[in-house]
Design a protein around this ligand. Structure first.
Ligand code: NAP
Length: 304
């Protein structure tokens, strides 16, 4: 199938990790043609257009929309925010991609999937949907590249941003479990490298973690170093956290996912290291300290 160079990036407006938005910018920087799919016309869509992307509006749960936005593209980044319809959106994309014919589909998954099997799934509907999505894509015979990051460092914005700002405290139910969060910017660099030259990557699964696996006290010390003030970790109970998420109005699907992520952390299952970032991009993954330094303002600023 001839490749006219136009690359479709879904979920391009960006909410939490904004991988699609960063990928769009990085592909444009390389002089590549990007069609950026958003859900609605807003400031984020305008910014993508101003950066040079062709912006298209559509819903990944609507087959006709997916067909319209994919038409004419031979390479795709498929990712969207954590949501109840994730499996449906993946299979819709796969059905359309099979009909249209694509040369590469880069699929956003989760590292947890690498540890799952029929006997060992997790209670998170999001993780189960990624586990099933990865299988459905394998059955599809499409030229897929699978990206499996661990928890994004950006998750600390909603989960710890205000408490680090106001009280120098990260309160999460991760116990003594170790974790190796990865910057979404590093994930986006991997996705971009793959989309720019998919051939050597087709069929591969890339597991992505940050620089180091350490417990939350050590993570808090990296926050302290970056902000030049004391940040401590408080281990809160899983029940307290769930109540807090519910009180804050976090949607049920996301709450269920976060509660599972907390429990898996507590059980030591996020203690892992993978070299996908460096292997694909040639540069090591960002550390917690580097990330917090970069976004110091979001965490209340650095004391001089
Ligand atoms: N967060 C983590 O720690 C983590 C770790 C590993 C893997 N992941 C995976 O990474 C993915 C999320 O990536 P991300 O953080 O880059 O995403 P994101 O920035 O949170 O969201 C990307 C975009 O998806 C769009 N979207 C949602 N539903 C849509 C629909 N039905 N049709 C069209 N667009 C839709 C949203 O549009 P609007 O903003 O307009 O609503 C949003 O801007 C998920 O697959 C997640 O499982 C996340």
């Amino acid at each position: 199938m001839a490749d006219n160079g136009l690359i479709l990036v879904t979920g391009a407006a960006g909410q939490l990790g904004a991988v699609g938005r960063t990928v769009t910018g990085l592909l444009l920087d390389r002089g590549l043609l990007v069609r950026a799919m958003v859900r609605r016309e807003d400031d984020r869509a305008a910014a993508l257009r101003a950066a040079g992307a062709e912006v298209v509006v559509g819903d990944l749960l609507e087959p006709a929309d997916v067909s319209r936005v994919l038409s004419g593209c031979r390479r795709v980044y498929f990712g969207m925010s954590v949501s109840a319809g994730y499996l449906e959106a993946t299979v819709t994309m796969a059905a359309v991609a099979r009909e249209v014919g694509v040369n590469a589909l880069v699929n956003m998954s989760q590292m947890t999937v690498s540890q799952m099997s029929i006997q060992h799934t997790t209670p998170s509907r999001q993780q189960r949907q990624h586990w099933l999505s990865d299988q459905a894509l394998a059955w599809s015979s499409l030229p897929v590249v699978t990206i499996r990051p661990t928890m994004f460092l950006e998750s600390f914005f909603p989960l710890a941003g205000s408490t680090v700002r106001d009280r120098g405290r990260i309160a999460l139910p991760f116990g003594r479990g170790k974790t190796s969060p990865v910057a979404a910017a590093d994930v986006a660099r991997v996705v971009t490298a793959v989309l720019a030259d998919p051939g050597p990557h087709l069929g591969r699964i890339y597991e992505l973690t940050g620089a180091r696996s350490q417990d939350m006290h050590a993570v808090a010390r990296e926050f302290s170093d970056a902000l030049n003030r004391e940040v401590t970790y408080a281990d809160i109970s899983p029940e307290e956290w769930e109540q807090e998420l519910k009180r804050a109005g976090v949607p049920e699907h996301l709450t269920g996912h976060l509660v599972t992520m907390g429990a898996l952390h507590r059980a030591g299952q996020y203690d892992r290291l993978a070299d996908g970032v460096e292997r694909v991009t040639g540069r090591p993954a960002m550390s917690v300290r580097e990330f917090v330094s970069l976004y110091a303002d979001e965490f209340g600023g650095r004391r001089s």
